[in-house]
Design a protein around this ligand. Structure first.
Ligand SMILES: Nc1ncnc2c1ncn2[C@@H]1O[C@H](COP(=O)(O)OP(=O)(O)OP(=O)(O)O)[C@@H](O)[C@H]1O
Ligand SMILES: [Mg+2]
Length: 325
């Protein structure tokens, strides 16, 4: 890309063929955790990173923030080298299981992080107070972390990631360990950060959270990106199904018509006392109509089933695994 194109490009994060193989045990047995993941994320976007346990989400995130080195491929942050201090300072990172020295208090953790970022004393104190309030920890702000629950530590982690007012938040499972109220608070916080124009890259297992918070998703499975793009486009998939409830007159030819309906490509038929229920690809609906017209049948209900993120996830990641097995 030439310089002028780079200047107009609003890509905030790009992974290009990112691969990581861990070596384990005495013989250095290779464990491939990432097998060439490529993605781009635009400024202001909220990208959900999804995948079953062990699919490589945390490994990718650690490569992005520079905690581990990729075996192959490239990470680019704000259009350049992620190792540069200026670029790193624009990223707020929340690790999967935040850990801090447990004799410190939340105020002390934030004070320490603020100093690392080179923030002035007043700025540190102001932002720390504001953020501890935002994550609901003002009552415990001066208590040692020793007695904190998992959800409380998660809140400290979130607050420290926001301290330097970063442009890009990279959060590994931000909603894990939180009670229902805490989840709602963090979801609201994420929505308000997004409204403020921050870019959010976060992993999660909770599909409904991703569905409500993200513009784009990337589904990872065994180290590979198996689906990615804008949520609205992925969910408007060509595999969209229709559901029809139909009636057939009881006649000698009924069984043959039923067989024809069941033979429609991709159809799934259930003959219920209340009618015949058919799930079929939307593209097959005209053929269904034709068969019914011929047989003197009627359609009682016809609806299009919207693909949900859960179905997409199951199809792309879980069922792929079943196929491989
Ligand atoms: N330090 C390590 N040494 C060896 N193998 C590792 C190491 N870290 C991760 N792995 C392996 O890499 C793969 C991906 O792990 P990773 O933690 O990235 O998954 P994940 O998608 O974050 O899972 P989860 O949803 O459980 O957090 C797994 O097979 C894991 O065992
Ligand atoms: Mg993980």
């Amino acid at each position: 890309m030439n310089d002028s194109a780079a200047a107009h490009d609003d890509t905030i994060l790009a992974l290009d063929g990112l691969a990581k193989t861990f070596r384990v045990g005495f013989w250095g047995r290779p464990v491939p955790a990432l097998r060439g993941v490529s993605l781009t994320m635009r400024r202001g976007e909220s990208l959900g990173y999804l995948g079953p346990n062990g699919s490589g989400k945390t490994t990718s995130i650690k490569c992005i923030v520079g905690l581990i080195q990729a075996s192959a491929g490239k990470v680019s942050l704000f259009g350049g080298d992620p190792g540069e201090a200026q670029r790193r300072a624009r990223v707020g990172y929340l690790p999967e299981s935040p850990y801090f020295y447990d004799y410190l208090t939340p105020v002390e953790v934030l004070e320490y992080v603020g100093k690392l970022y080179g923030m002035g004393a007043r700025d540190r104190a102001q932002r720390s107070k504001m953020l501890l309030g935002q994550v609901g920890l003002e009552h415990a702000a001066r208590r040692p972390l020793r007695g904190f629950s998992k959800g409380m530590l998660q809140r400290v982690g979130i607050a420290q990631s926001l301290l330097a007012d970063p442009d890009l938040l990279i959060w590994d499972e931000p909603l894990s360990g939180l009670d229902p109220m805490g989840r709602k608070e963090v979801r609201d916080l994420m929505a308000s950060l997004r409204a403020d124009g921050k870019s959010l890259f976060f992993s999660s297992h909770v599909l409904s959270d991703i569905e409500t918070l993200c513009d784009a998703v990337c589904i990872l499975d065994r180290g590979e990106a198996v689906a990615q793009g804008r949520l609205s486009e992925l969910l408007r998939s060509e595999e969209l199904e229709s559901e029809a409830l139909v009636d057939l007159p009881s006649s000698d030819g009924r069984a043959a018509v039923l067989a024809n309906l069941a033979d429609l490509p991709g159809a799934n038929l259930t003959d219920l006392p209340s009618g015949i229920r058919l799930l079929l690809p939307t593209a097959q609906v005209p053929e269904l109509m034709r068969l019914l017209l011929e047989a003197g049948g009627t359609i009682r209900e016809l609806s299009q089933r919207r693909d949900s993120l859960e179905e997409l996830f199951l199809r792309k990641a879980v069922r792929r695994g079943e196929g491989a097995a």
